[in-house]
Design a protein around this ligand. Structure first.
Ligand code: IPE
Ligand code: IPE
Ligand code: MG
Length: 241
Protein backbone atom coordinates (compact mmCIF):
# COMPACT_ATOMS: atom_id res chain seq x y z
CA UNK A 1 0.00 0.00 0.00
CA UNK A 2 1.33 3.43 -0.93
CA UNK A 3 2.15 6.05 1.66
CA UNK A 4 -0.20 8.51 0.00
CA UNK A 5 -3.27 6.41 0.87
CA UNK A 6 -5.48 8.11 3.45
CA UNK A 7 -5.83 5.60 6.24
CA UNK A 8 -8.96 5.43 8.36
CA UNK A 9 -8.22 5.95 12.03
CA UNK A 10 -11.11 3.81 13.16
CA UNK A 11 -12.58 0.85 11.27
CA UNK A 12 -15.64 -0.96 12.62
CA UNK A 13 -16.77 -4.34 11.34
CA UNK A 14 -20.14 -6.07 11.51
CA UNK A 15 -18.94 -9.65 11.27
CA UNK A 16 -22.02 -11.26 9.73
CA UNK A 17 -22.68 -14.54 7.92
CA UNK A 18 -21.24 -17.24 10.18
CA UNK A 19 -24.55 -19.12 10.21
CA UNK A 20 -24.95 -19.02 6.42
CA UNK A 21 -21.34 -20.08 5.98
CA UNK A 22 -22.03 -23.06 8.24
CA UNK A 23 -25.13 -24.02 6.27
CA UNK A 24 -23.30 -23.69 2.96
CA UNK A 25 -20.52 -25.93 4.23
CA UNK A 26 -22.80 -28.46 5.92
CA UNK A 27 -21.45 -27.85 9.43
CA UNK A 28 -22.99 -26.63 12.71
CA UNK A 29 -23.58 -22.93 13.36
CA UNK A 30 -20.99 -23.13 16.14
CA UNK A 31 -18.40 -24.39 13.69
CA UNK A 32 -19.31 -21.33 11.63
CA UNK A 33 -18.69 -19.07 14.61
CA UNK A 34 -15.37 -20.80 15.23
CA UNK A 35 -14.34 -20.15 11.61
CA UNK A 36 -15.47 -16.57 12.11
CA UNK A 37 -13.18 -16.24 15.09
CA UNK A 38 -10.24 -17.43 12.97
CA UNK A 39 -11.08 -14.79 10.37
CA UNK A 40 -11.23 -12.16 13.11
CA UNK A 41 -7.73 -13.05 14.36
CA UNK A 42 -6.33 -12.41 10.88
CA UNK A 43 -8.12 -9.08 10.57
CA UNK A 44 -6.72 -7.89 13.92
CA UNK A 45 -3.20 -8.65 12.72
CA UNK A 46 -3.83 -6.94 9.40
CA UNK A 47 -5.33 -3.83 10.98
CA UNK A 48 -2.34 -3.63 13.30
CA UNK A 49 0.12 -4.01 10.42
CA UNK A 50 -1.67 -1.33 8.44
CA UNK A 51 -1.32 1.12 11.31
CA UNK A 52 -5.04 1.47 12.00
CA UNK A 53 -5.48 2.93 15.47
CA UNK A 54 -8.94 1.58 16.40
CA UNK A 55 -10.57 -1.64 15.24
CA UNK A 56 -14.07 -2.35 16.53
CA UNK A 57 -15.84 -5.64 15.93
CA UNK A 58 -19.50 -6.39 16.53
CA UNK A 59 -19.32 -9.73 18.34
CA UNK A 60 -22.67 -10.01 20.14
CA UNK A 61 -25.67 -7.69 20.06
CA UNK A 62 -28.34 -7.06 22.69
CA UNK A 63 -30.70 -8.82 20.24
CA UNK A 64 -28.53 -11.92 19.88
CA UNK A 65 -29.90 -13.24 23.22
CA UNK A 66 -32.91 -14.33 21.14
CA UNK A 67 -30.83 -17.20 19.76
CA UNK A 68 -30.79 -20.70 21.26
CA UNK A 69 -29.02 -21.21 24.58
CA UNK A 70 -26.71 -23.61 22.85
CA UNK A 71 -25.60 -21.06 20.27
CA UNK A 72 -25.27 -18.22 22.78
CA UNK A 73 -23.29 -20.40 25.19
CA UNK A 74 -21.10 -21.56 22.33
CA UNK A 75 -20.32 -18.00 21.25
CA UNK A 76 -19.19 -17.05 24.76
CA UNK A 77 -17.12 -20.24 25.02
CA UNK A 78 -15.39 -19.15 21.84
CA UNK A 79 -14.62 -15.82 23.41
CA UNK A 80 -12.98 -17.58 26.35
CA UNK A 81 -11.02 -19.71 23.89
CA UNK A 82 -9.98 -16.62 21.91
CA UNK A 83 -8.66 -14.83 25.00
CA UNK A 84 -6.90 -18.01 26.17
CA UNK A 85 -5.07 -18.53 22.90
CA UNK A 86 -4.49 -14.92 21.79
CA UNK A 87 -4.01 -12.72 24.85
CA UNK A 88 -0.23 -13.20 25.12
CA UNK A 89 0.30 -12.37 21.47
CA UNK A 90 -2.05 -9.39 21.55
CA UNK A 91 -0.21 -8.07 24.57
CA UNK A 92 3.20 -8.69 22.95
CA UNK A 93 1.96 -6.69 19.95
CA UNK A 94 0.99 -3.78 22.19
CA UNK A 95 -2.73 -4.20 21.42
CA UNK A 96 -5.16 -2.76 23.95
CA UNK A 97 -8.40 -4.69 24.44
CA UNK A 98 -11.50 -2.69 25.21
CA UNK A 99 -15.17 -3.68 25.47
CA UNK A 100 -18.18 -1.71 24.26
CA UNK A 101 -21.42 -2.89 25.83
CA UNK A 102 -22.82 -4.28 29.05
CA UNK A 103 -20.43 -7.20 29.30
CA UNK A 104 -21.10 -7.73 32.99
CA UNK A 105 -24.82 -8.25 32.43
CA UNK A 106 -26.23 -11.65 31.45
CA UNK A 107 -22.82 -12.76 30.14
CA UNK A 108 -21.55 -16.10 31.56
CA UNK A 109 -19.06 -15.78 34.44
CA UNK A 110 -16.21 -17.49 32.59
CA UNK A 111 -16.51 -15.01 29.73
CA UNK A 112 -16.59 -12.02 32.11
CA UNK A 113 -13.44 -13.32 33.81
CA UNK A 114 -11.65 -13.72 30.45
CA UNK A 115 -12.67 -10.25 29.35
CA UNK A 116 -11.50 -8.67 32.58
CA UNK A 117 -8.20 -10.47 32.32
CA UNK A 118 -7.73 -9.23 28.75
CA UNK A 119 -8.59 -5.65 29.71
CA UNK A 120 -6.29 -5.70 32.73
CA UNK A 121 -3.37 -7.33 30.94
CA UNK A 122 -3.43 -4.89 28.03
CA UNK A 123 -4.46 -1.75 29.93
CA UNK A 124 -1.15 0.06 29.49
CA UNK A 125 -0.65 -0.83 25.83
CA UNK A 126 -0.82 1.99 23.34
CA UNK A 127 -0.79 0.23 19.97
CA UNK A 128 -3.93 -0.84 18.15
CA UNK A 129 -7.03 -0.48 20.31
CA UNK A 130 -9.21 -3.52 19.71
CA UNK A 131 -12.79 -2.83 20.76
CA UNK A 132 -15.13 -5.78 21.11
CA UNK A 133 -18.80 -4.80 21.00
CA UNK A 134 -20.31 -7.39 23.32
CA UNK A 135 -23.85 -7.39 24.63
CA UNK A 136 -23.80 -4.14 22.71
CA UNK A 137 -26.84 -2.24 21.52
CA UNK A 138 -26.76 1.33 20.37
CA UNK A 139 -30.23 2.10 21.70
CA UNK A 140 -29.27 0.75 25.13
CA UNK A 141 -26.09 2.86 24.94
CA UNK A 142 -27.96 6.05 24.08
CA UNK A 143 -30.68 5.34 26.68
CA UNK A 144 -28.00 4.94 29.33
CA UNK A 145 -26.46 8.26 28.31
CA UNK A 146 -29.85 9.98 28.50
CA UNK A 147 -30.46 8.53 31.97
CA UNK A 148 -27.10 9.77 33.24
CA UNK A 149 -27.74 13.27 31.94
CA UNK A 150 -31.28 13.26 33.37
CA UNK A 151 -29.86 12.31 36.75
CA UNK A 152 -27.47 15.25 36.60
CA UNK A 153 -30.42 17.52 35.84
CA UNK A 154 -32.45 16.02 38.71
CA UNK A 155 -29.57 16.62 41.05
CA UNK A 156 -29.26 20.22 39.91
CA UNK A 157 -25.80 19.71 38.46
CA UNK A 158 -26.95 20.65 34.98
CA UNK A 159 -29.83 22.45 33.27
CA UNK A 160 -31.72 20.67 30.49
CA UNK A 161 -31.10 23.67 28.24
CA UNK A 162 -27.36 23.26 28.72
CA UNK A 163 -27.17 19.71 27.33
CA UNK A 164 -24.91 19.56 24.29
CA UNK A 165 -24.09 16.93 21.67
CA UNK A 166 -20.66 16.67 23.20
CA UNK A 167 -22.14 15.82 26.60
CA UNK A 168 -24.18 13.03 25.03
CA UNK A 169 -21.10 11.70 23.19
CA UNK A 170 -19.11 11.65 26.39
CA UNK A 171 -21.66 9.40 28.08
CA UNK A 172 -21.52 6.72 25.38
CA UNK A 173 -19.40 3.56 25.61
CA UNK A 174 -17.01 5.32 23.23
CA UNK A 175 -16.96 8.52 25.31
CA UNK A 176 -14.46 10.22 27.57
CA UNK A 177 -14.44 7.84 30.47
CA UNK A 178 -14.06 4.95 28.09
CA UNK A 179 -10.99 6.12 26.23
CA UNK A 180 -12.59 8.70 23.98
CA UNK A 181 -12.76 6.62 20.84
CA UNK A 182 -13.19 8.67 17.66
CA UNK A 183 -16.22 7.98 15.46
CA UNK A 184 -15.65 5.16 12.97
CA UNK A 185 -14.37 6.41 9.61
CA UNK A 186 -15.41 3.20 7.89
CA UNK A 187 -17.98 0.56 8.80
CA UNK A 188 -17.70 -2.75 6.97
CA UNK A 189 -20.52 -5.30 6.93
CA UNK A 190 -20.09 -8.73 5.42
CA UNK A 191 -22.63 -11.30 4.14
CA UNK A 192 -24.59 -9.01 1.84
CA UNK A 193 -26.85 -7.50 4.52
CA UNK A 194 -26.97 -3.73 4.33
CA UNK A 195 -28.13 -2.53 7.74
CA UNK A 196 -26.68 -1.39 11.05
CA UNK A 197 -28.56 -3.81 13.33
CA UNK A 198 -28.31 -1.43 16.30
CA UNK A 199 -24.56 -0.81 15.89
CA UNK A 200 -23.01 2.62 16.61
CA UNK A 201 -26.10 4.58 15.58
CA UNK A 202 -24.85 7.86 17.06
CA UNK A 203 -21.20 7.39 16.13
CA UNK A 204 -21.98 6.48 12.51
CA UNK A 205 -23.40 9.93 11.69
CA UNK A 206 -20.64 10.56 9.11
CA UNK A 207 -19.13 7.11 8.69
CA UNK A 208 -18.48 5.65 5.26
CA UNK A 209 -19.94 2.20 4.60
CA UNK A 210 -18.58 -0.79 2.75
CA UNK A 211 -20.74 -3.82 2.10
CA UNK A 212 -19.48 -7.10 0.74
CA UNK A 213 -21.29 -10.35 -0.08
CA UNK A 214 -18.43 -12.36 1.43
CA UNK A 215 -19.57 -14.39 4.44
CA UNK A 216 -17.53 -13.43 7.51
CA UNK A 217 -15.54 -16.72 7.84
CA UNK A 218 -14.37 -16.24 4.23
CA UNK A 219 -13.36 -12.61 4.75
CA UNK A 220 -9.61 -12.23 4.23
CA UNK A 221 -6.97 -9.63 5.13
CA UNK A 222 -6.62 -8.99 1.37
CA UNK A 223 -10.28 -8.06 1.06
CA UNK A 224 -9.99 -5.89 4.17
CA UNK A 225 -7.06 -4.06 2.61
CA UNK A 226 -8.86 -3.57 -0.68
CA UNK A 227 -11.95 -2.12 1.05
CA UNK A 228 -9.68 0.31 2.86
CA UNK A 229 -7.96 1.28 -0.37
CA UNK A 230 -11.37 1.96 -1.89
CA UNK A 231 -12.37 3.98 1.20
CA UNK A 232 -9.26 6.12 0.83
CA UNK A 233 -10.41 7.33 -2.59
CA UNK A 234 -13.71 8.68 -1.27
CA UNK A 235 -14.39 12.36 -0.70
CA UNK A 236 -15.88 13.09 2.71
CA UNK A 237 -17.58 16.41 3.18
CA UNK A 238 -19.18 16.27 6.63
CA UNK A 239 -21.87 18.63 5.41
CA UNK A 240 -19.42 21.19 4.08
CA UNK A 241 -18.80 21.77 0.38
C1 IPE B 1 -22.62 -13.21 12.86
O1 IPE B 1 -23.04 -14.31 12.13
C2 IPE B 1 -22.17 -13.58 14.25
C3 IPE B 1 -23.09 -13.19 15.32
C4 IPE B 1 -24.19 -12.50 15.19
C5 IPE B 1 -22.74 -13.61 16.67
P1 IPE B 1 -24.53 -14.84 12.19
O2 IPE B 1 -24.63 -15.89 13.23
O3 IPE B 1 -25.48 -13.71 12.33
O4 IPE B 1 -24.66 -15.49 10.75
P2 IPE B 1 -25.95 -15.51 9.82
O5 IPE B 1 -26.40 -14.10 9.66
O6 IPE B 1 -26.97 -16.36 10.51
O7 IPE B 1 -25.45 -16.09 8.54
C1 IPE C 1 -25.43 -8.23 13.82
O1 IPE C 1 -25.71 -9.38 13.12
C2 IPE C 1 -24.74 -8.53 15.11
C3 IPE C 1 -23.41 -9.11 15.00
C4 IPE C 1 -22.72 -9.27 13.90
C5 IPE C 1 -22.84 -9.50 16.26
P1 IPE C 1 -27.12 -10.12 13.21
O2 IPE C 1 -27.01 -11.28 12.30
O3 IPE C 1 -27.47 -10.37 14.62
O4 IPE C 1 -28.10 -9.01 12.62
P2 IPE C 1 -29.49 -9.16 11.87
O5 IPE C 1 -30.39 -9.98 12.75
O6 IPE C 1 -29.20 -9.85 10.57
O7 IPE C 1 -29.96 -7.76 11.65
MG1 MG D 1 -26.44 -12.57 10.97
Amino acid sequence: MEDSIKMPRHVAVIMDGNGRWAKKNGVSRLTGHNQGMLAMKEIIKKADMMGIKYLTVYAFSTENWKRSQEEVGGIFNLLVKFVGSELAELDANNVKVHILGEYREKVPEAAIASIEKAIKTTADNDGLQFNIALNYGSRAEITKAVKTLCRKVEEGELKASEVTEDMVSRQLYTGDENGNIPDPDLIIRTSGEERLSNFLLWQAAYSEFAFTDTLWPDFTPEEFESLIEEFSTRGRRFGGR
